[in-house]
Design a protein around this ligand. Structure first.
Ligand code: HEM
Length: 390
């Protein structure tokens, strides 16, 4: 089994919070699949090409692939919990599900460096992009959201973060499930609330960021709603990378962006926020914050990304497919090093390689999907299933 604590296996999922970030969601036009594949396989090269010259920016980027695009790109079955964002309608609040094929989480301590990488990604995608949601987000003061509360304190970091965010075993070990939502705030209504009341909405003190005592923390406070446990009382967590966005004189919001090894944990939190547990006990933060988008993706392990062309549908990689783009500009570990006993990930595109891919990804290959037939359907997870607790 690959060691998921090794940075070589996963993308740059777990990092200290950056000063700036760009959260970019795009949909890919019919016929734009080859360009999308090229960006997936070539992303580490693009990051290196920009980041090497500005080391102080600590530039990084993670790419997530949406459920629909996955089926359009690959002969390999998608990770079992990858599906589109599940729309939620509570008694009062709504979490919409919005389109998204690729997601880029670009982090940098210097905004212009992130901006340059985003431009290069855009150039590489060329005419393949249909819709775009591009959010420029930043660390506001001491990690505060526009509501004035410190956001991220209890989010697991370092090794703990890796344990929470990265799939632990199976063919997708080192990958991570992304859920993102763009929220805008009604700051006028919020600022009309006395600070003590705001603290009851969040469940922590505003100035000093201390969690309220159990007897002072309402059950519909944001912290209480999002403190979730499995049947045995073990805490279930996700890694959050929220940042502030907006204009000083106009609308402001929080970009919620999370990584989890089991997306059902994030979905459980969302159900508790919007529907409530018991029903009706929805998260009071929603009286002041409106979800404008909702998207799910899977950030594949690095070895899969770098060799993604080997698992692409033949019509996507084409005769002169994007093989060149599978060779990243920097020396990344090859499949064999990462996948160990399960053998090497093939690096050329013939039937024998696809057969070997089938062996390596035997759990994941689409049922009945002979390469090129395009007949895979994908299974997806049961949305109502309980979160994994292993
Ligand atoms: C308007 C959007 C949001 C804002 C402004 C926001 C803000 C905050 C703040 C200020 C905290 C307390 C400090 C901390 O530990 O980070 C917090 C905690 C937390 N939030 Fe959010 N959040 C938002 C959306 C979400 C969503 C959509 C989820 C889950 C799907 C979520 C999950 C959590 C969790 C798990 C905690 C930690 C709870 C604990 O203490 O155990 N948040 N959030």
């Amino acid at each position: 089994m690959p060691d998921i604590s090794s940075a070589d296996v996963s993308q740059t999922v777990i990092l200290p919070q950056s000063k700036d970030a760009m959260f970019i969601t795009v949909t890919i036009k019919e016929g734009g699949e080859a360009a999308a594949l090229q960006v997936i396989t070539g992303l580490s090269g693009l990051v290196n090409g920009v980041g090497f010259r500005w080391p102080s920016a600590h530039l990084s980027a993670v790419v997530g692939i949406g459920a629909k695009l996955w089926d359009r790109l690959f002969v390999v079955e998608k990770p079992e919990l990858l599906h589109e964002f599940i729309e939620l309608q509570g008694a009062k609040h709504h979490a919409p599900s919005t389109p998204g094929d690729l997601f880029f989480h670009i982090r940098s301590d210097e905004f212009d460096v992130a901006f340059e990488l985003a431009r290069r990604i855009n150039n590489a995608l060329a005419d393949a992009v249909e819709e775009v949601d591009e959010v420029h987000a930043f660390r506001f003061q001491d990690f505060r959201d526009p509501l004035g509360f410190v956001d991220g304190t209890e989010s697991p970091r370092g090794d703990e973060g890796r344990a929470v965010a990265l799939v632990r075993d199976g063919v997708w070990a080192g990958g991570s499930y992304i859920v993102a939502q763009k929220y805008t705030h009604d700051l006028r209504a919020w600022n009309d609330l006395p600070v003590e009341e705001q603290e009851k909405v969040i469940g922590r003190t505003k100035h000093s960021d201390i969690e309220l005592d159990e007897d002072e923390k309402p059950s519909n406070s944001h912290v209480a709603v999002n403190s979730v446990e499995d049947e045995d009382g073990n805490g279930l967590e996700i890694v959050r990378n929220n940042l502030t966005f907006g204009s000083a004189l106009g609308e402001q919001g929080t970009y919620f962006m999370s990584y989890a090894r089991d997306v059902r944990v994030t979905e459980l939190m969302l159900r508790r926020m919007f529907i409530g547990e018991p029903e009706g006990n929805y998260d009071r933060i929603l009286d002041y914050s409106t979800a404008q988008t909702g998207v799910n993706f899977f950030a594949p392990p690095r070895a899969f990304m770098d060799n993604a062309a080997d698992f692409a549908r033949p019509e996507v990689k084409g005769e002169d497919g994007p093989g060149a783009a599978t060779q990243p500009a920097i020396d990344l570990p090859r499949g064999k090093e990462v996948f160990g006993d399960r053998g090497n990930v093939p690096v050329s595109h013939n039937a024998e390689d696809v057969r070997r891919a089938r062996e390596i990804y035997s759990l994941a290959l689409k049922p009945g999907a002979e390469p090129g037939t395009g007949s895979g359907t994908g299974s997806g997870a049961e949305p109502g299933a309980e979160p994994g607790t292993e």
